[in-house]
Ligand binder design. Structure first.
Ligand code: AMP
Ligand code: GLY
Length: 426
């Protein structure tokens, strides 16, 4: 089997790691990949959103299965393009990827399908949006409708803050084209979980549930980021909550997308706010695996992942994916000073010479300089995933190794999994 992973972050390193583990003899390629994927696969120096060159590379290397990591190439139609050329590809077409690329579209799908989500209105003109904010109860949430790398949602404690967020999006075009439409919605109360559903468009196979930490700083303070760490499993995601997520969120969304002529295959990611009654309210949908959720979830799988993706890519029924139900996992993200706005780069990275059992370091924003030294290249630099029999042990190991990695300007949260830690302590 010849497999191509598209993307170059921590998620893609975890994908390559899992594919290699499940398929020791496969020919693996990653475009563009990173120094971590280079140890498992052949990196192809092609940006993930260069559709022409990715398609050419799939052709040239006789790729059997392409798995697309990031949302941008999906929203631009990479999966459609490859499928039109007769290739098996795991990931939705552009029409279905709108579930992430347009929050206005996602809200419309949810309204049609009766899916629990915050009440909202969509605006393109500044005046009516400000008038709506003026009548809205506090707190409220203002979101750029388009793709904004996880930074397009502003949770506003007051109407004044919301008005200024609306002005910066619709007036000053702070998010460019992504912010020409804004969604203003009610604030949801509860605990967030990330539900990743591998789907053939009808049936779903849930991956283990995880919880991301979107805020930059300990105690969930500071700005929203792409995600500073995650853990799995999450106690609030009980079998009853997951059954509701399946029946009230995932299946109705898939039915509605089919009805609209945009059938979804790939991973449908539901970001859910679970309230005290166990109702799963949708905060957002993504059209792909999460980052860093992938890095925390894939290491607890015990088999069947490649095969399931392969079935879906061939248009067949999604097949079961096995997991180690007696394992807990914690991922700590190491970022570079200045992230998310202006991350520093260039510092040399020193990794521990040996890692404790159960610990894996996934690369994200790393590079090799001319002398082969590992250096900081991007905002989120490395992910330290620890798998252990207990949550407390996984948390301890992940934090311990995060501390041991060295580079100038390293920032990370020492409190990944704090909600679970409080539950364990009770
Ligand atoms: P999004 O880009 O839509 O995922 O939003 C980013 C983050 O903002 C989410 O992960 C939540 O933590 C928070 N958020 C977004 N929408 C809401 C909401 N309606 N109520 C409460 N928090 C929200
Ligand atoms: N970690 C959130 C995301 O992947 O969108």
């Amino acid at each position: 089997m010849r497999l191509l992973v598209v993307g170059g972050g921590g998620r893609e390193h975890a994908l390559c790691w899992t594919f290699r583990r499940e398929n020791p003899d496969a020919d693996l390629f990653c475009a563009p990949g990173n120094p971590g994927t280079a140890e498992l696969a052949t990196n192809l120096p092609i940006p993930a959103d260069d559709l022409d060159r990715i398609a050419d590379a799939a052709d040239m290397h006789g790729v059997d299965l392409t798995v697309v990591g990031p949302e941008v190439p999906l929203a631009r139609g990479l999966a459609d393009r490859l499928r039109a050329e007769g290739r098996a590809v795991f990931g939705p077409g552009a029409a279905a990827a709108q579930i992430e690329a347009s929050k206005a579209f996602a809200k419309d799908v949810m309204a049609s399908a009766g899916i629990p989500t915050a009440a909202s209105r969509t605006f393109q003109a500044l005046g009516p949006a400000l008038a709506y904010v003026d009548r809205h109860a506090e707190p409220l949430v203002v979101k750029a409708s388009g793709l904004a790398a996880g930074k397009g949602a502003v949770v506003c404690a007051t109407r004044a803050e919301a008005a200024s967020a609306v002005r910066s999006m619709l007036g000053d075009r702070a998010f460019g084209a992504a912010g020409t439409t804004v969604v203003i919605e009610d604030f949801l109360v509860g605990e967030e979980i990330s539900v990743l559903a591998v789907t053939d468009g009808r049936d779903v196979e849930l991956l283990p549930v995880s919880q991301d930490h979107k805020r930059l700083l300990e105690g969930d303070a500071g700005p929203n980021t792409g995600g500073m760490g995650a853990y799995s499993p999450v106690a609030v995601a009980t079998p009853a909550v997951l059954e509701r997520a399946r029946r009230e969120v995932l299946e109705p969304a898939l039915v509605e997308l089919r009805r609209r002529g945009a059938p979804f295959t790939g991973v449908l990611y539901a970001g859910l706010m679970v309230d005290a009654a166990g109702t799963p309210w949708v905060v957002e949908f993504n059209c792909r695996l999460g980052d860093p959720e992938t890095q925390v979830v894939l290491p607890v799988l015990s088999g069947g992942f490649t095969e399931s993706l392969w079935h879906v890519a061939l248009g067949e029924q999604v097949s079961p994916i096995a997991r180690h139900s007696d394992r807990c996992s914690v991922t700590t993200v190491l970022a570079s000073r200045g992230y998310p706005d202006r991350p520093e780069s260039g510092a040399e990275i020193e990794l521990p010479s040996t890692l404790p059992d159960g610990v894996t370091i996934f690369h994200a924003g790393t590079a090799r300089d001319a002398d082969g030294r590992l250096t900081v290249k991007g905002g989120r630099v490395l992910n330290v995933t620890a798998v252990a029999p207990s949550f407390a042990e996984a948390q301890r190991l992940s934090r311990h190794v995060a501390e041991a990695v060295r580079f100038e300007g390293k920032i990370y949260r020492r409190d990944i999994g704090w909600r679970e830690a409080e539950r364990v302590a009770r």
